[in-house]
Design a binder for this molecule. Structure first.
Ligand code: G6P
Length: 610
C-alpha cells in the first residue's frame, strides 16, 4: 500500500524515480509525487491520479537531480488530491518526507506543533513528520538526529524516506510496520518499498526490519536501531527478472497472470513431490515437521483471497491429516485475545507477505508460543522473514490487484503441506500417490480450462449488465464461491455474494429472480447430488444459472442455462481448477464494462495499514 522509491548517486534521478513509481503503482494509485534537489534547491512535483499524469507534468519541465524520492499513494488520512499527495514539506520547503503507514497520535502531535507556530497545509497525518523533524532541526540537531528524535515521538507505523536540501548527500529511511528495502549499486544506492522498483538497477538488496533506521549515501550506507545501535545487515540477491514484471503482450497483468497458471502451479510444486512414494518434501518445514505433525490444532489466518485459500486448506487438512483446523481473519485474530498454546501450529498465508493485519496476527501468535509458519509469495517479505519457518508458493510476481495465480499456488502449497503431514500420520502410500499424481496432472488440465477463454468472454457479454450476482458452492468449493464473488466485485464493481449453497435457503433465496445470475460451482464431488437440489431450488424461482461442472456431465445441462465444463481431478484439488473460469468471467465482465482491471478503484495490492 503506497509505494516509495528513492535514489542517490551520479545519474539524473528523475527518470529512475518515475520508472520506479510505475513499477510500484499497483501498491496505490490515487496520487503520486516526487521530491528532488536541483541546483541545491528543493523541487516537489505532485499530481492527483496515476503516475502517467505525474510524468506528463514532469516532462513539461527540465528537471535534473542526483538525489530524490518518489511516492504513489493509497489514501488513508485526507482525500486523494494534489495537496495530500506526498512528498510533504516543512514550512521553508527545505525538507521533504514520504511516509507509508499511519501515525496514530498525529492529532496530538499536530496540535503541539501548531501551538509552536507550525502551519499545516494538508489533511494528512504524514505532514506531521515534516514539521516534527523540522522542530528538531530548528534546535540545531543534524538531519539524522532530528529524524531519530522525531521517530521517538511517533506512535503508529511507518516506512519513511526523508531528504533535506541543507544536507543533500543522504536519504534517511526508517521502518516500523511498512516495508523498505535498500538497493545497492556502484556509486549509487536506491530505496524502495518493494524490490520491483529496484530490479532494473540492482539485484543486491538489504531489507530493513522494524525499528531500523538507515542513512543512505551514494557510496555507503549505515543501518542502526532508532536508539542508535549499529546493525550488521545481510545483503540478499533478488532472484527475479525484469521480464516477470512486464505484461508480455497481454492487455492486462490480470489476464497474463491467469494465463500463467499452468506454469505457476508447476513452479509451486517443482522439486517438492516424490511421485514414487507419494510424498511431499518441503525444505522450509524440515526443522519443524515433528512439531507440526504433532500439533493438537492448526490455525490458519489471512486476509482477502488468501483467507479463501485458508478455508480450502481447512477442508484439506481435516480430511487427510485429521487435525482440527480453524480459520480466522487476521484482523479478528489479532484483537480478540485468542486461546493459543504451544501445541498449536499457526499458518499465515499472504501473497505479498506485507499485509498489516496478517503480520500483526503473526506477531501475536509468536508471542504466545505457537509454532508460526508463513506461506508467502514475495521472497524476503516481512511475513516470510518473521515466520519461524515456512513455504514460498513461487507463483512469481503478481501485479494485478485482484489475486489469481497466487490463489491457485497457495492451494497447491496447502495440498503439499496436507500430503506431507498426512503421510507422516499414516496416510497410505497408495493414497499419497493418488494425490501426487493428481497434483502433477494439474498444469495440463489448467491449460484445457484456459482454452475456454473465448466462450467465457461471450458469457461475460451476456451478463455484464447484471447488477448482482450470487455464487454458490459446497464443501471444497464453498470457498471457491466466495473467491469467485470477490473477484467479480473487486474488478467489475458488481455486487456479488458467495455462499455455501445450502445456506442459500436461509436468506439469499429471497433475492432470486430472473435478474439475479447464480453461479454454481458444481464439480462431481461428494456434494454433487446435494448441489443439484440447490440448483433445482434456484431454477424453480426463475434464476439464471451458470454452472462450473465436470467434462461429460450432461445431467447438469438439463438444469442450468449455461455451463462451463472443466477436466476432473481429485476432490481436494478441484478448487484449483474451478476457480479459474471464475477468474476469467470476472476479468471479461470488467473489461467489457471498460474498467481498470489491474488497478480497480479504492483497492491496493498490498494492504500495509490495518
Ligand atoms: C488486498 C489485495 C487482495 C489480497 C489481500 C490479502 O486486499 O487486493 O488481492 O488477497 O490484500 O493480501 P495478501 O498479500 O496478504 O495475500
Amino acid at each position: 500500500m503506497c509505494g516509495i522509491v528513492g535514489y542517490i548517486g551520479n545519474r539524473n534521478c528523475v527518470p529512475i524515480l518515475l520508472e520506479g513509481l510505475k513499477r510500484l503503482e499497483y501498491r496505490g494509485y490515487d496520487s503520486a509525487g516526487i521530491g528532488i534537489i536541483q541546483d541545491n534547491l528543493p523541487v516537489i512535483i505532485k499530481n492527483k491520479g496515476k503516475v502517467s499524469l505525474l510524468e506528463e507534468k514532469i516532462n513539461e519541465q527540465k528537471l535534473k537531480s542526483v538525489i530524490g524520492i518518489g511516492h504513489t499513494r493509497w489514501a488513508t488520512h485526507g482525500i486523494p488530491n494534489e495537496l495530500n499527495a506526498h512528498p510533504h514539506t516543512n514550512s521553508d520547503r527545505t525538507l521533504f518526507i514520504i511516509h507509508n503507514g499511519i501515525i496514530e497520535n498525529f492529532q496530538k502531535l499536530k496540535n503541539g506543533l501548531k501551538s509552536l507556530g507550525y502551519k499545516f497545509e494538508t489533511d494528512t497525518d504524514s505532514e506531521v513528520f515534516a514539521h516534527l523533524i523540522d522542530s528538531f532541526l530548528g534546535k540545531g540537531y543534524n538531519l539524522t538526529k532530528s529524524v531519530q528524535m522525531a521517530l521517538n515521538e511517533i506512535e503508529g507505523t511507518y516506512g519513511l524516506a526523508v531528504i533535506y536540501s541543507k544536507e543533500p548527500d543522504k536519504i534517511i529511511a526508517a521502518r516500523k510496520g511498512s516495508p523498505l528495502v535498500i538497493g545497492l549499486g556502484k556509486d549509487e544506492n536506491f530505496l524502495a518499498s518493494d524490490v520491483s522498483a529496484l530490479l532494473a538497477h540492482t539485484k543486491n538488496v538489504i531489507y530493513l526490519d522494524d525499528g531500523e533506521f538507515a542513512e543512505i549515501f551514494k557510496d555507503r550506507y549505515s543501518v542502526r536501531t532508532i536508539a542508535d545501535t549499529e546493525i550488521e545487515k545481510e545483503i540478499h540477491e533478488i532472484n527475479m527478472s525484469l521480464d516477470e514484471l512486464d505484461k508480455a503482450g497481454f492487455s492486462h497483468f490480470m489476464l497474463k497472470e491467469i494465463m500463467e497458471q499452468p506454469e505457476s502451479v508447476r513452479n509451486s510444486m517443482r522439486g517438492r513431490l516424490v511421485a514414487d512414494t507419494g510424498e511431499a518434501v518441503l525444505g522450509g518445514l524440515i526443522d519443524v515437521i515433528d512439531r507440526l505433525v504433532s500439533s493438537k490444532r492448526i490455525l490458519i489466518s489471512a486476509c482477502g483471497t488468501s483467507w479463501h485459500s485458508a478455508l480450502v486448506g481447512e477442508y484439506m487438512l481435516e480430511q487427510y491429516a485429521r487435525i482440527p483446523v480453524e480459520v480466522e481473519y487476521a484482523s479478528e485474530f489479532r484483537y480478540r485475545n485468542p486461546v493459543i498454546s504451544a501445541d498449536d501450529s499457526i499458518l499465515f498465508i499472504s501473497q505479498s507477505g506485507e499485509t498489516a493485519d496478517t503480520l500483526a496476527a503473526l506477531k501475536e501468535a509468536k508471542s504466545r508460543g505457537a509454532l508460526v509458519l508463513g506461506i508467502c509469495n514475495v521472497v524476503g517479505s516481512t511475513i516470510a522473514r518473521e515466520s519461524m519457518s515456512g513455504v514460498y508458493i513461487h507463483a512469481g510476481p503478481e501485479i494485478g490487484v485482484a489475486s489469481t495465480k497466487a490463489f491457485t499456488s497457495q492451494l497447491v502449497v496447502l495440498a503439499l503441506i496436507t500430503l506431507l503431514i498426512s503421510r507422516k500420520k499414516g496416510l497410505s502410500s497408495i493414497e499419497g500417490k493418488k494425490i501426487t499424481e493428481a497434483l502433477i496432472g494439474l498444469p495440463e488440465k489448467i491449460e484445457i480450462i484456459l482454452k475456454l477463454n473465448e466462450g467465457i468472454e461471450k458469457l461475460a457479454e451476456e451478463f455484464k449488465d447484471s447488477r448482482n450476482f450470487l455464487y454458490l458452492g459446497r464443501g471444497y468449493n464453498f470457498p471457491v464461491a466466495l473467491e469467485g464473488a470477490l473477484k467479480l466485485k473487486e474488478i467489475s464493481y458488481i455486487h456479488a455474494e458467495g455462499y455455501p449453497a445450502a445456506e442459500m435457503k436461509h436468506g439469499p433465496i429471497a433475492l432470486i429472480d430472473e435478474d439475479m445470475p447464480v453461479v454454481f460451482v458444481a464439480p462431481k464431488d461428494s456434494t454433487y447430488e446435494k448441489i443439484l437440489s440447490n440448483i433445482q431450488e434456484v431454477k424453480a424461482r426463475g434464476g439464471r444459472i451458470i454452472a462450473i461442472a465436470d467434462e461429460g456431465d450432461d445431467e447438469i445441462d438439463e438444469l442450468v442455462d449455461y455451463s462451463i465444463k472443466i477436466p476432473r481431478t481429485i476432490e481436494m484439488l478441484t478448487p484449483i481448477l474451478t476457480s479459474i473460469p471464475l477468474q476469467l468471467l470476472a476479468y471479461h465482465i470488467a473489461v467489457k464494462k471498460g474498467l481498470d482491471v489491474d488497478q480497480p478503484r479504492n483497492l491496493a495490492k498490498s494492504v500495509t495499514v490495518e
